[in-house]
Every structure is written in C-alpha cells, then in structure tokens.
Ligand binder design. Structure first.
Ligand code: 13P
Length: 248
C-alpha cells in the first residue's frame, strides 16, 4: 500500500509573514490527516515557515534546488542550504521551470540527484503539453521524461513523481479522473521497465493540475493516484485542508 502524499506548491506567492499565517491556520485543520502533507514554499519563506511547522504533521518543501554542492552560481540555492532549515521535499522539473527557465531533462536529472544526495525527497514533475496530448504523443513524451529526467536512479521509489499535464495547470481544466489514472498507470509501467517492477509498485505518483476541494475525492479514489500537487488551491487554508482531508 502506498501512503498518499498531498503537497501544496505555493509557486511565487506568499511573503514570509503571509506564509506563516497560512500554515498557522492550516495546522489544526490537517492535524488528523491520514496522508503525508507538505507545503513547498518560496525560498525566502523557508526559515519562518520551518519554525512555524515545528511539532506539526506538515512537512516542508522547496520548489527548486541547484545541482552543485556550492560554488560560483550567483542567485542559486544548494541542497545543503535547504537541508539546514529542515526541508524534506524539493519539487524539481516543474513545467513552469521547464518552459520559462529552460530546465531540460538533463538539468532536472542533476537537480534530482542533488536533492537525493542531501537526503531530501525530490518531487519530480512530468507531463505533456496540449499539442502532445491531442497529437497522440502523451506516452512518447512521458516515456522520454522517465528515461531522461529520472536517469541513474537505483530505486525509483526514493522519489515522488508528480504527473502534471501542462494543459491542466492553472487553467481550471482538470484531467478526468480516468485520464489521470490511466496516464499514471502508464508512467508506473514505464518505471517498471526502466527500473524494476517492485520499486515501480512502491513509487508514489501524484496528480497535479487544477485539483481542488470539489474534484479531489474522485481523483483520490482512483487506484493509481497516490496524492496531489496543488497550486492555486493550496493558497487558502480551508481549501487545501479539504483536499488533505479528502477521505473524511
Ligand atoms: P494548479 O493547482 O494551480 O493548477 O497548479 C498545479 C501545479 O502546477 C502544482 O505544481
């Protein structure tokens, strides 16, 4: 049995003070969660949110990490810098970074390995564009991403995968539960081929893309969907808590 994981991706929202207020409101609402809960916050929010989360069941995540241990990389943040503040999860390869900041599969792969080497769990995002979906290229795209973004993993179950169809992100257009389930099943099958069947059975694969309080129950009821990576709906405590408590 895979333990579900619901993570918020705040993206470039919430100042540190706003972030602390949000998690203070969130903590009592999700204290009885049956799944793993995390918030992936902007770098500058990390120290204060980390302190605010102490003693709670909410884990802390970041939204990116540089692949080098240290050095002349102006403006970048290393895995050790995150680790020092108790960061446990790091999103890598989000489609917004792939699209707007040129994160190639090779770079995503290096970031993933840097997070793992520091003892953090990378949440690696995969997903197809609308053109790829409509052109029947979804499986080809995901197959390429599994092979290249996840290259060199000895055990794929050490990471979390987030399947985020790009056409469903921030658009209000969710994949149907069946579409999401079938595509995640394909990712798992590909992982079984590239890595091993046992670790593919174990790896948690989230769905992300306009997941909200209204559609989370149906999505989470699907056998292949092991959680959610939540953008917009993670910015309001009540909305995010309703997703975390999808089974209550
Ligand atoms: P939305 O939930 O706002 O569609 O964002 C999804 C996402 O990109 C999470 O990483």
């Amino acid at each position: 049995m895979r333990r579900p994981i619901i993570a918020g991706n705040w993206k470039m929202n919430m100042t540190s003070a706003q972030g602390v207020r949000l998690v203070e409101e969130l903590k009592p609402l999700v204290a009885d969660a049956d799944c793993d809960v995390a918030v992936c916050v902007p770098f500058t929010d990390i120290p204060a949110v980390s302190a605010a989360l102490k003693g709670s069941n909410i884990r802390l995540g970041a939204q990116n990490v540089h692949f080098a241990e240290n050095g002349a990389y102006t403006g970048e943040i290393s895995a050790q810098m995150l680790k020092e503040f108790g960061v446990e999860y790091v999103i890598v390869g989000h489609s917004e970074r792939r699209r707007m900041f040129d994160d190639t599969d090779e770079v995503v792969n290096m970031r993933m390995h840097a997070a793992l080497a520091a003892g953090m769990t990378p949440i690696v995002c995969l997903g197809e564009t609308l053109e790829q979906r409509e052109g029947g290229e979804t499986e080809g795209c995901l197959s390429y991403q599994v092979e290249h973004s996840l290259k060199g993993l000895d055990d794929v179950s050490k990471i979390v995968i987030a399947y985020e169809p790009i056409w469903a992100i921030g658009t209000g257009r969710t994949a149907t539960a069946q579409q999401a389930n079938d595509t995640i099943a394909y990712i798992r099958k590909k992982c079984a081929e590239v890595f091993c069947p046992k670790c593919a059975e174990k790896v948690r694969i989230q769905y992300g893309g306009s997941m909200n309080a209204g559609n989370c129950k149906e999505l989470m009821a699907m056998p292949e969907i092991d959680g959610g990576l939540i953008g917009g709906a993670s910015l309001k405590a009540a909305d995010f808590a309703a997703i975390v408590r999808y089974n209550k």
